[in-house]
Design a protein around this ligand. Structure first.
Ligand code: ADP
Ligand code: MG
Ligand code: ZN
Length: 635
């Protein structure tokens, strides 16, 4: 308080000073301009001269003053002069003026009210004006700085530049206004449960203080992109009805050193005023990357991180401030951030499972008008690995499609079509395949489908299409799992590779040539085989040894080998062998079912898109060529 009063007085003084100086400068400028134009100062002798030459038309003086104001000429050519009369020459002057018929007036000086009024108007008004402006400026600066006292100071010099510039961009949204609660987040029950405690703490921090329990200061939401981390953070604020400060990690890291740290400081200061509240730092890996002794380390980022660490240690948790952060690259975070008392609680936000996907679809389906009797379950089943954001997108795509076709409600067909759009891209009408190319694609896709269908326990084929997509795919075969499973056996992985090889195998078998159409299949098959060898310990050669480390758990992007060069060569050989095994298996299956392959491929070429049912009908029709189908797994 004392400090504040002092500061205030000092700044008051400063304003007055500034006001006076400014007034003087301005009045000087104005005044000199005016006098130069209108009133000219002349010597007494010159005055006498002018009177004698009969140039002076009128003169005026004040009793007791020796200043004489006089004019020459009339109308437009009138000129005003002043002069100071020689001491004791009053009588002479008046005689002279009388002799030359000059119009003379004398006035008595009023030393009372008028003068004061004049003074007040001429000095007081500007001062008041400047004080007002100063006060207003000060208030604006204070606001901009998050009330850091007056922003002008003596000694330090300058107008407190740092304050205004380092202001954080944290958007202040009142929790209730975000309108998001746990109800809007589906399929993240474990995450919600972990966050429940934080909600209850924010609702009444006193209860925790009484017992002496310390609530976590920070929690880290980790998971792949689009799984609802941001949404969850907002929902916590919404549930607790507290203020929600959101800032992206990248917003801290700016070009000028020191500003990031200032922003962190300011953010926590604002939060302290609004407590209980939530500070949400999105994509924290932008600031929180592990510090290392690298030459290329980013000075600014480190300063910001250090400031963040010290703020997290320093803030008063009794008031109810919780810092939430989100990232999809937790492995890159600085260990210091994860220490107890900082982001010590880690909340995984994983990709939704089957029931989770259906629940998410349901939430977003509420926002659009749907035909009655829509089955969201089939959509959920055909989208394994989709994130919440993908699912929201599927519903939206379906609604857009309904509008495009002039419908008022979304149909099941819209939904299924939009799954294809999200998985494979929009249908591409402009791609015109030649008859031969179309034939190749039909055999390729049928090859995948037949290999898949004749395997035991692999997902049933639900759709085959040879309509080109904007993603570049010339067709695709969709398999939909009946229900989800979380483990993949070695045999299943091998089967999957065989299915992926089925396309190319069909091309070779029928046309005796290879096309570029298999490139995506080859990529996927090789990746799976490599993971089997380096991560899943499924190769005979190496057994249960980890030979690679995923570069990023949530972002994919392959694995980094953690083995010697010699071993790397052997891995390559092992991977090649696995893929080749699948390739041979696919060739064998297709050779055995050559007639069905022809029949289905021709049918597909005619229809362009066929359902899984149509496909199975032809494949299992007992005409002497039907494959021996695997018995479905016992319940
Ligand atoms: P993240 O921050 O994890 O990348 P977001 O929270 O930004 O993901 O999610 C993006 C959008 O996806 C959300 O606005 C929401 O519409 C949808 N979404 C994601 N996950 C869920 C979920 N679990 N429940 C409902 N909607 C979700
Ligand atoms: Mg996000
Ligand atoms: Zn293929």
């Amino acid at each position: 308080m004392d400090m504040n009063d002092n500061k205030r007085r000092r700044s008051m003084l400063l304003y007055i000073l500034i006001a006076i100086v400014a007034y003087l400068v301005i009045s000087q400028a104005l005044g000199s301009g005016l006098t130069a134009q209108r009133v000219q100062e002349v010597g007494y002798s010159q005055f006498v001269d002018m009177v004698e030459k009969n140039e002076v038309t009128a003169a005026q003086t004040t009793v007791g003053s020796s200043e004489i104001t006089f004019t020459t000429g009339e109308g437009d050519s009138q000129q005003v002069y002043t002069t100071v009369q020689w001491p004791g020459a009053e009588e002479q002057t008046s005689q002279l003026l009388e002799e030359h018929d000059v119009d003379t007036t004398a006035s008595i000086q009023d030393t009372s009210g008028d003068l004061w009024l004049m003074m007040l108007i001429s000095y007081g008004l500007p001062i008041l004006l400047f004080l007002g402006i100063g006060w207003w400026l000060n208030r604006r600066m204070k606001k901009a700085m998050g009330d850091d006292g007056p922003s002008m100071n003596f000694g330090g010099g300058g107008f407190g530049m740092g304050g205004g510039l380092g202001k954080s961009n944290a958007k202040e949204i009142k929790g209730e206004d975000t309108g998001v609660t746990f109800k809007d987040v589906a399929g993240q029950d474990e995450a919600k449960e972990s966050l429940e405690e934080i909600v209850s703490f924010l609702k009444n921090p006193e209860k925790y203080n009484e017992i002496g329990a310390r609530c976590p200061r920070g929690a880290l939401l980790v998971g792949p992109p689009g799984t609802g981390k941001t949404l969850l953070a907002k929902a916590v604020a919404g549930e607790a009805g507290v203020t929600f400060f959101q800032i992206a990690g990248s917003a801290f890291v700016e070009m000028f050193v020191g500003r990031g740290a200032a922003k962190v400081r300011d953010l926590f200061k604002q939060a302290n005023e609004k407590a209980p509240c939530i500070i949400f730092i999105d994509e924290i890996d932008a600031v929180g990357k592990r510090r290392d002794a690298n030459l290329s380390s980013n000075d600014e980022r480190e300063q910001t991180l250090n400031q963040l660490l010290s703020e997290m240690d320093g803030f008063d948790n009794h008031k109810g401030i919780v810092v939430l952060a989100a990232t999809n690259r937790p492995e890159t975070l600085d260990q210091a951030l994860l220490r107890p008392g900082r982001f010590d609680r880690r909340i995984p936000v994983e990709l939704p499972d089957l029931t989770g996907r259906e629940a998410i679809l349901k939430i977003h389906a509420n926002d659009v008008k749907m035909e009655p009797g829509i089955d969201l379950g089939i959509v959920a089943r055909s989208t394994p690995g989709a994130s919440g954001a993908d699912l929201a997108n599927i519903i939206n795509e379906a609604a857009l499609r309904a509008v495009r076709f002039g419908r008022r409600r979304v149909t099941q067909e819209d939904l299924l079509e939009s799954v294809d759009v999200v998985i494979a891209g929009e249908k591409k009408k402009s791609t015109v395949l030649s008859q031969h190319e179309k034939e190749v694609v039909a055999y390729h896709e049928t090859g995948h489908a037949i290999v898949a269908a004749t395997q035991k326990g692999s997902a049933p084929v639900s759709k085959i299409t040879i309509v080109p997509r904007t993603s570049g795919a010339l067709g695709f075969t969709m398999q939909v799992e009946e229900d989800e499973h979380f483990l993949t056996t070695r045999q299943e992985a091998k089967d999957k590779i065989a299915v992926l090889c089925g396309g190319r195998a069909a091309e070779e078998l029928i046309f005796g040539e290879m096309t570029t159409g298999a490139s995506n299949d080859i990529e996927k098959a090789t990746q799976l085989a490599r993971s089997m060898v380096t991560q899943y310990g499924m190769s005979d050669r190496f057994g249960m040894v980890q030979l690679g480390q995923p570069a990023s758990r949530y972002l994919g992007g392959g694995a980094q080998l953690t083995c010697s060069e010699g071993t790397a060569q052997e891995i390559d050989a092992e991977v090649q062998a696995l893929v080749e095994e699948g390739h041979q298996a696919a060739l064998k299956t297709l050779r055995e079912n050559r007639f069905k392959l022809h029949e289905i491929a021709h049918y597909l070429q005619k229809k362009e898109t066929i359902t899984g049912e149509e496909f199975m009908n032809i494949l299992t029709r007992d005409d002497g060529f039907a494959p021996k189908m695997p018995t479905p797994p016992a319940e």
